[in-house]
Design a protein around this ligand. Structure first.
Ligand SMILES: Cc1cc2nc3c(=O)[nH]c(=O)nc-3n(C[C@H](O)[C@H](O)[C@H](O)COP(=O)(O)OP(=O)(O)OC[C@H]3O[C@@H](n4cnc5c(N)ncnc54)[C@H](O)[C@@H]3O)c2cc1C
Length: 295
């Protein structure tokens, strides 16, 4: 993939395969060390971009800004900052966008964010704020020149009443000016392909990058189920459950399952892969090096 552009929307449209890594702002100094070690271990893979999440309720605003700015200024990698509507007025959001642009960040993932009570609880509006990601996309287009991505959901967002409704929401984000989407963790290639097909049918023609997170242990799997409100596919459980007394075997099988999924997604035409690294590099590097298809 060409490195000429700094806009992720343009890079993805050039048609090469994109590999990207997602990090979250750590809570303490030990976590910072782990994060920067992982970043330096993943940099040699020459990702198309890396992204930094925005903590629930805007709690990591300063750290998200600081980490994306440092990646932009001190590494060869192209950073994307996540931004959510939770707890912010429109003026605050505009100021944050100005700060991002001022620190050399050129890409943002526009999200509504989860309700402060956690996924699945009622959404809480902020006076003078924004209700939906599509409105945030419109604001970003209005006040900045940042390249904007959005979230997409292979099985539909947990609060969307139907897949049709979910597709209409993605279309609204597309029409507001989003240039690409990154998905929630894909559990089956067919879910991702269904999303791309539904989106294409309503005129959403931007690149949709599948999100990848290997199952490395049973507790992270349970957390994923709780947060996204989805079920682990029976065929995945059938491979992992017999190994549950052997953590190393669970991890190895989880990596194998994720690698097979990545290969299938790329073979079926996915424009790239977005890895949820959880600030660790080892699993991502293992999957990356085991892939049949590279950039
Ligand atoms: C790749 C990715 C990265 C993420 N990063 C973060 C992060 O950094 N920080 C964080 O806090 N969360 C993050 N999330 C989680 C995300 O914020 C939640 O899933 C959130 O609940 C939905 O965000 P959204 O941007 O899709 O919202 P929206 O597209 O606004 O949708 C939210 C809900 O509102 C409904 N809706 C949307 N528009 C309308 C409308 N016009 N009328 C009626 N209903 C509507 C939708 O159906 C959906 O149920 C991420 C998710 C993904 C997939």
């Amino acid at each position: 993939m060409s490195e000429g552009s700094v806009r992720i929307g343009e890079l993805l449209r050039q048609g090469g395969r994109s590999f990207s890594f997602e990090f979250f702002p750590p809570k303490d100094e030990a976590g910072e060390e782990v994060l920067w070690r992982s970043i330096s271990e993943l940099e040699p893979l020459r990702p198309t971009f890396v992204s930094v999440t925005y903590g629930a309720g805007g709690t990591t605003r300063d750290r998200t800004l600081a980490i994306t700015a440092r990646i932009a200024q001190e590494t060869s990698m192209l950073p994307m900052a996540h931004l959510t509507c939770v707890g912010h007025t429109t003026d605050e959001l505009a100021r944050i966008l100005g700060a991002l642009a001022g620190s050399g960040v050129r890409n943002v993932l526009a999200l509504r964010g989860d309700p402060p009570g956690g996924p699945g609880t009622d959404w809480v509006s902020t006076e003078g704020g924004i209700e939906y990601a599509s409105d945030l996309v419109a604001l970003i287009r209005e006040v900045s020149d940042l390249s904007v991505g959005v979230a997409a959901f292979p099985e539909g967002h947990r609060d969307s009443p139907t897949l049709e409704n979910d597709t209409a929401i993605l279309k609204a984000k597309h029409d507001a000016g989003a240039e690409f989407a990154v998905t929630e963790m894909v559990l089956r290639a067919s879910d991702y392909l269904g999303l791309v097909e539904r989106a294409g049918a309503v005129g959403v023609d931007f690149p949709i990058v599948p999100g990848i997170m290997p199952i490395l242990n049973f507790s992270s799997m349970a957390k994923m189920v709780e947060l996204s409100g989805r079920e682990i596919p029976a065929e995945v459980l059938a491979r992992l459950e017999p190994l549950q007394d052997d953590p190393a075997a669970v991890r190895a099988e989880g990596i194998a399952i994720a690698t097979e999924l990545c290969d299938e997604l790329l073979e079926q035409g996915a424009p790239g892969l977005h890895f949820y690294t959880l600030n660790r590099s080892k699993a991502t590097r293992e999957i990356y090096s085991a892939l049949s298809v590279h950039a």
